[in-house]
Design a protein around this ligand. Structure first.
Ligand code: GLY
Length: 563
């Protein structure tokens, strides 16, 4: 039985016994729910819903607000993906607003004279930036699926940028952590003082340049970003380094609506993002591998379930490294990878012991780097329309290069391409030609904004997460915790996570997995590594009566709020 949370009276809407035992409780509401990584942005979304906006109106407002209040990942200088559920039509839309490689990009552009990857260039230079897609993507969603005027949904973000907001502890600390990657000088006077000390908690942060850029978008639409003054300034900034983005690249940027990946798990539909994200395909692939097992009987967090999940993850990420890339440039075997038959065939290759990753596909042993800083938000409106949106600058504050005249950070999404076959990117992911750099191509992503629908088309779970390569496995576990293990939304999101990505051959786990379980896993041949918590699976759900929300408490400053 699916169980999302408790009623306002403290009773479960479906199962009071489980409810009384739950240690974590979701937020409940009657009319709609917004969950984002930053409280002011969540409140912007709730206000839009209160004023009669639908989930898409709220999502667009939250997307622009996060660009102001959560600058490490909220953005107008990056890109992402939006999944929309239109309840009336029972139709799901996948909007691809991923960055595109500039026209001057070349396959080997990040190799130095010794054919080694120049890590500085691919991660922390102007050449690391793809053509930003966020503004085009959010406005596309608003025009096609929203109900409000552009000015209405941009107004809160412009106000936050122009009048300022009090810096949270979370923002101040993240700026402190990022000090070493942020290009010296560019962000001084806004986020740092003259000595590069981050703006202090409680200080009023005003971003007048960003307010002006947002004002142009409000007035002129996409042209306010991709043409005219913003485009001129951005192209000029590129010339200060080895940046490739030209005014023409900006003018040529295209949003693409793609067919979502649709899978199922037991009697629920799972609808997620297709390539150029690898998220939807591998989420469905992993669900197909494990669907024949009774995970509930084996027990959430047990060694048996953890082993099975790990082996499913290992196989999915091995496929990712070979088959996945921008579908406009490379043939991705989507049907095969997401078929139930293939899932069953892979299940047969899983035994009681760990399969060494080298037995699945030869490759180099590499480290998985620290997860980056994407951001996800989940929204459901009173009519049951839903939005799962994940967007990013790639790393925290992207390339660390801030464009002072425009007020935003540039992404370093080009690092999600394969700079050299077999060489790990910032997330330790390796790949091949399918994800090589080509002009106009979109780098492969792991972002997995996901909708889970019941037979009546209710969005019982709307979820996603940041975390680079850790995203897909995070979403998998949140889904299973709700659909298979009967956890409420808060427990499902809070439960300790594991992760495997084929290479390195390492089973990562958060603190909180029982030592006995870890011993059993080691006994089965897994190499374990504890790492600090990852992801922010801010999730929402609707059971036809109540709206549920939970802001993953792994990150400070987040908020789930309904009305
Ligand atoms: N930049 C991380 C991802 O898209 O997967």
């Amino acid at each position: 039985m699916l169980f999302l949370g408790a009623s306002a009276a403290g009773q479960s809407t479906t199962n009071p016994i489980i409810q009384s035992q739950a240690r974590f409780q979701p937020v409940l509401a009657r009319q709609g729910m917004v969950v984002s990584a930053e409280a002011l942005a969540t409140q912007v979304g709730v206000e839009i819903l209160r004023k009669g906006g639908n989930a898409v109106d709220a999502a667009v407002a939250v997307g622009f607000a996060l660009a102001v209040t959560h600058p490490r990942a909220g953005n107008i200088g990056g890109g992402g993906f939006m999944m929309i559920h239109l309840r009336d039509e029972d139709r799901q839309v996948a909007i691809d607003y991923r960055e595109m490689a500039p026209a001057a990009a070349e396959r080997d552009m990040y190799l130095d004279e010794n054919e080694n990857v120049d890590q500085g260039k691919v991660r922390f230079s102007r050449a690391a930036a793809g053509v930003p897609g966020t503004v085009a993507g959010l406005l596309h969603a608003l025009e096609r699926y929203g109900t409000m005027k552009r000015r209405q949904v941009l107004a809160p973000a412009i106000k936050l940028a122009r009048s300022g907001f009090k810096v949270s502890r979370d923002l101040s600390r993240s700026l402190g952590r990022a000090r070493h990657v942020i290009e010296h000088g560019t962000a001084r006077g806004v986020f740092y003082d003259r000595d590069d000390n981050p703006i202090k908690t409680g200080t009023l942060l005003k971003q007048p340049a960003l307010a002006r850029t947002l004002g142009r978008i409000s007035k002129l639409g996409a042209d306010g970003f991709y043409r005219g003054e913003t485009a001129v300034q951005l192209a000029l900034d590129m010339q200060q380094g080895e940046g490739l983005i030209t005014q023409q690249d900006l003018g040529n940027y295209k949003v693409v609506e793609r067919d979502p990946i649709v899978g199922s798990f037991r009697d629920h539909r799972v609808v997620s993002m297709p390539p150029p994200s690898s998220g939807g395909i591998h989420l469905v692939q992993m669900l197909n591998i494990i669907e024949g097992d009774d995970l509930a009987e084996l027990g959430a967090g047990s060694a048996a379930v953890s082993h099975l999940l790990t082996e499913a993850m290992r196989r999915a990420y091995a496929d990712r490294s070979v088959h996945l890339g921008d579908p406009d440039f490379t043939q991705v075997p989507m049907r095969r990878l997401t078929s139930k038959d293939y899932g069953k065939a892979l299940r047969k290759t899983i035994g009681e012991r760990a399969t060494p990753s080298d037995k699945i596909n030869p490759g180099e042993q590499i480290e998985a780097a620290a997860p980056g800083n994407t951001t996800h938000f989940s929204i459901i409106d009173a009519d049951g329309n839903a939005v799962a949106n994940t967007y990013t600058l790639n790393f925290s504050y992207g390339s660390g290069i801030y464009v002072p005249s425009l007020g935003f950070f540039l992404n370093n999404e080009m690092d999600d391409f394969v700079a050299k076959p077999g060489e790990p990117n910032g997330y330790g992911l390796i790949g091949d030609e399918a994800n090589s750099v080509q002009p106009g191509k979109r780098p492969l992503s792991s972002m997995t904004p996901t909708l889970v629908l019941n037979r009546d088309g209710l969005p019982v779970l709307v979820t996603g997460s940041p975390g680079g390569s850790f995203i897909i496995t995070t979403v998998l576990q949140v889904l299973l915790n709700v659909l298979e293990h009967g956890m409420n939304l808060a427990e499902a999101v809070s439960a300790p996570r594991i992760h495997h990505q084929w290479k390195p051959d390492m089973l990562f786990h958060e603190r909180g997995v029982s030592p006995d379980t870890l011993k059993l896993l080691e006994g089965r041949g897994h190499t374990l590594r504890e790492r600090r918590v990852w992801g922010f699976a801010g999730s929402a759900g609707y059971d036809g009566e109540w709206f549920y929300g939970f802001a993953d408490s792994r990150r400070g400053g987040a908020l789930a709020e309904g009305y």
